[in-house]
Write a protein that binds this ligand. Structure first.
Ligand code: GAP
Length: 454
């Protein structure tokens, strides 16, 4: 990491890069934007999909004790009564008697309105759930809520999953999906918004083994971020104090990331005990227990919940990857994204816009696209094109030059070291596959050689 960049302007630069290169746009921008809502552009959607895929692979695909689920955003309103959200999912708000702006009482520094110094009302609880109406009549009976977390969709399907998969304890259910919270204080780009995506695991265990599984998931989830390239010094575990614990939690830790605005929550890991299954069984009148074959007794499992934010993870990966390096008289902006997360895995760059070079390049581009997301750039000098790919985190660039027409070889350049290899075009796919799965760049494929300045 270079010393050129201070934390203060890192966020500003990232927001500008995301906007300029098509990662993230303000929502409804042509109408002036919609506060704290964001649209993912062509590169952002790839990055976000890659984050979700890396999570799904780690927590579902590669394990035999996890299954997935995709539940609806609108749920029966009684779900939110039983879960405690109708009663307790609120922030204390005060209103200015002069300008009528509202503020979070627990975040205010003084006792007057920060905007106009007007007198403030007494705090009132403000529920964070978005309300809407189901069907054509807008009355109290048709009120439904946009879910504020995906977790409840998992709890209410516990019995369905047990019956259809015959999973034995301990096992988990994973879900990725949109959640909505009418947050009072938003900001810091995509860190806190009103519409966001969560990646949640509800891991069901026998009571008494919950502490051991809680510790297991703390380590597992921390390792996931480290394996995808987040620097250890930028991650920490923070235990919730008794006063901070949510109404359902027996124990909770946050995985915090050192964002440019300071240490902030990336993921929460909670021991929810049997709170949710007991509550939903009581409210619905349906049994949500599990027949333990060893003891032949019905038990209510305890739940360990690692709950991560997709958007916050995207922001953390971007912050951690962003760097500015001195480069002769200029500055090279690089996103050192892990190859699994990079929007494009490779870009094909023909040295000239003319035939027959472009024909060869287009054939390679078409061929590699069968396996990966691939960029193609023919505009301006090769140096500028490398910089453009560095800035969006493309791990490898392939250059086709006039010599390629003679020797049927191309140059492959690594983003981080900027080193280059000359390799047979016929070896490109295999070489890329090997490098993208972690092979050292120095290892040459058959017929390959080190290129200038290696
Ligand atoms: N089911 C438990 C639960 O929802 P949470 O700590 O409220 O717990 C989990 O949320 C994760 O969801 C957070 O760690 C964060 O990554 C993400 N998240 C929560 N509120 C968010 C918001 N307003 N904007 C973006 N991400 C949010």
């Amino acid at each position: 990491m270079s010393q050129l960049l201070s934390n203060q302007d890192k966020m500003e630069k990232l927001v500008s890069l995301c906007r300029r290169r098509g990662f993230i746009f303000p929502s409804s921008e042509i109408y002036g934007g919609l506060s704290s809502c964001w649209d993912y552009g062509p590169l952002g959607v790839e990055l976000k999909r890659n984050v979700k895929q890396a999570w799904w692979q780690a927590v579902v695909q590669k394990r035999d004790d996890m299954v997935g689920l995709d539940t609806s955003i609108l749920m029966h309103p009684r779900v939110w009564e039983a879960s405690g959200h109708l009663e307790g999912f609120s922030d204390p708000l005060v209103e200015c008697k002069s300008c009528h702006l509202r503020w979070r009482a627990d975040e205010l520094k003084g006792d007057v309105c920060p905007s106009c110094s007007g007198e403030l009302t007494e705090p009132k609880q403000f529920n964070l759930m978005f309300k809407t109406f189901m069907g054509p009549v807008e009355d109290e009976a048709s009120v439904v809520y946009l879910r504020p977390e995906t977790a409840q969709g998992i709890f209410v399907n516990f019995q369905n999953v047990v019956n259809t998969t015959r999973k034995k304890l301990p096992f988990g259910i994973a879900q990725i999906g949109k959640s909505f919270r009418n947050e009072i204080t938003t900001g810091n780009f995509i860190f806190r918004s009103r519409e966001f995506e969560q990646m949640e695991i509800e891991f069901f265990v026998k009571p008494g083994t919950d502490k051991q599984w809680f510790d297991y998931w703390l380590k597992e989830r921390l390792d996931w971020y480290l394996e995808l390239g987040i620097k250890k010094k930028n991650l920490r575990l923070r235990q919730h104090t008794k006063g901070e614990l949510a109404h359902y939690a027996r124990e909770c830790y946050d995985i915090d990331y050192l964002f440019p605005m300071g240490w902030s929550e990336l993921e929460g890991i909670a021991n929810r005990g049997d709170f949710d299954l007991v509550q939903h069984a009581k409210a619905s009148g349906k049994s949500l227990s599990y027949l333990d074959e060893e003891s032949n007794e019905h038990i209510v499992p305890y739940i360990i919940e690692p709950s991560a934010g997709v958007d916050r993870s995207v922001l953390a990966f971007l912050c951690d990857a962003y760097d500015e390096e001195p480069d002769k008289d200029e500055i090279r902006v690089v996103l050192h994204l892990h190859p699994a997360l990079a929007p494009y895995k490779v870009a094909v760059l023909p040295l000239s816009r003319k035939e027959p070079l472009t024909k060869v390049a287009e054939e390679i581009y078409a061929d590699l696209r069968q396996c990966w997301m691939v960029g193609y750039d023919i505009a301006q000098s090769i140096g500028r094109r490398y910089r453009r790919q560095d800035e969006i985190g493309t791990p490898y660039c392939i250059t086709i030059d006039f010599q390629s027409l003679e020797d049927k070889q191309a140059t492959i350049r690594e983003r981080d070291s900027m080193k280059q290899l000359r390799i047979p075009i016929s070896e490109l796919s295999n070489t890329l596959a090997a490098k993208l799965s972690g092979e050292a760049f120095e290892i040459l494929p058959p017929g390959g050689s080190y290129w200038l300045g290696f």
